[in-house]
Design a protein around this ligand. Structure first.
Ligand SMILES: NC(=O)c1ccc[n+]([C@@H]2O[C@H](COP(=O)([O-])OP(=O)(O)OC[C@H]3O[C@@H](n4cnc5c(N)ncnc54)[C@H](O)[C@@H]3O)[C@@H](O)[C@H]2O)c1
Length: 339
């Protein structure tokens, strides 16, 4: 088995989980830590009992450690510089979402990935959940018939502090990337257009607009709507969002917490004013690990098999197009074509 020599860039909150993963993985070794603030890197090294050099510059770290893999756990504004530096230096990259802070930057990263032949796989942990997999399977096998609509609610009053409080469009750029990517995963379709209205709730603690309503037209002819807020107090939804998926044969609902349920038209009896339906609980359908660990397992498996990971940047750019199409629509007040 190839031994991966990993440099971790970004030593904040999320880095803890990535470091724990790497420490536990056979065939992986953390060989350096990078942060803009040396103290943050030193603290992480101490907390995780890592006896490795720390750096404030990625290029210096890569030169000195001869790493072949970079974990990018920096903030969104730094992803482009970190990822392109790593790819140009001949490393593969596994990184936190979102790929970048603009679609142009994300496209530039995919160009560098294509040119260097190095992979950049993006953390979309919300695909690694047995319940969303069950929903994906139901749709893929035609259990709901032809899809007509997917409606999603995401409401969480999230008091993070830090970079999200300052950034423009924190909900759409930092969070909705998950929900939009989940919509692509559930439907198997890409978005072809978006209309988005962003706003900020009264009392919001975010500088940028932290609430939004979006309408997407999807490539399978269905409509995907998203209503979300990061500053809505009370009646919080799950982080995985609350879903209603409607097809020609019935509807599936998933509250993002418990097993998804489908109500399918029962064609055996005499049709009434409303059709009789039969309710099915969807059996969870995934025996891999969950969330981050599941996504990282897939990234390593793909790298070792020489294939793109499910969440390779060349796929993830289509979820990013939804994000930045929504931002553009909110700015211009117009529907934006994505195809
Ligand atoms: N997938 C998820 O569920 C999930 C959850 C939380 C955060 N995230 C993502 O993880 C990433 C990090 O989030 P966080 O909460 O750990 O942020 P954080 O602010 O706690 O940590 C980021 C760290 O990166 C460092 N940094 C910034 N620019 C750098 C650069 N150019 N070079 C080196 N270090 C740099 C900062 O100094 C900081 O220590 C973000 O992209 C965020 O969106 C994902």
């Amino acid at each position: 088995m190839t031994k991966h020599r990993i440099v971790v860039a970004g030593c904040g909150g999320m880095a803890n989980r990535w470091v724990d993963y790497a420490k536990a993985r056979e065939g992986a070794e953390i060989v350096g830590l990078v942060d803009l603030y040396e103290a943050s890197a030193l603290k992480l090294a101490e907390r995780k009992e890592l006896n490795v050099p720390v750096f404030t510059d990625l290029t210096a770290a890569l030169n000195e450690t001869k790493a072949d893999l970079v974990f990018d756990v920096t903030i969104p504004a730094s992803h482009k510089a970190i990822v392109t530096t790593a790819l140009e230096a001949g490393c593969n990259v596994f990184g936190e979402k979102p790929m970048a802070e603009s679609l142009a930057d994300a496209r530039e990263i995919t160009e560098v990935s294509n040119r260097t032949g190095k992979r950049y796989s993006v953390m979309q942990n919300r695909r690694y959940n047995p319940r969303i997999r069950a929903l994906n399977k139901l749709v893929a096998e035609g259990g709901l018939g032809q899809l007509g609509a997917v409606h999603t609610d995401f409401f969480i009053g999230a008091h993070f502090g830090g970079f999200r409080d300052e950034m423009a469009s924190p909900l759409i750029i930092d969070m909705a990337i998950h929900t939009f990517d989940q919509a692509r995963f559930i439907t198997g379709a890409d978005a072809v257009s978006v209309y988005c209205h962003e706003h900020n709730m009264p009392g919001s603690w975010y500088k940028g607009d932290a609430s939004a309503v979006c309408i997407f037209e999807m490539s399978d002819g269905s409509v995907f709507t998203y209503r979300g807020s990061w500053s809505a107090e009370g009646f919080g939804t799950a982080w995985d969002a609350d879903w209603r998926v409607i097809g020609s044969k019935g509807t599936a609902r998933w509250d993002g917490r418990t097993d998804a349920v489908a109500e399918l038209v029962d064609t055996s009896g005499k049709p009434g004013f409303t059709a009789n339906t039969v309710s099915h609980t969807l059996a969870p359908d995934w025996d891999g690990r969950l969330e981050h660990e599941g996504c990282l397992d897939e990234m390593f498996a793909a790298l070792e098999a020489g294939r793109p990971a499910e969440t390779d940047s060349l796929d993830n750019i289509r979820s990013m197009a939804m994000v930045f199409g929504a931002v553009e629509s909110a700015k211009t007040g117009r529907k934006v074509n994505l195809s």
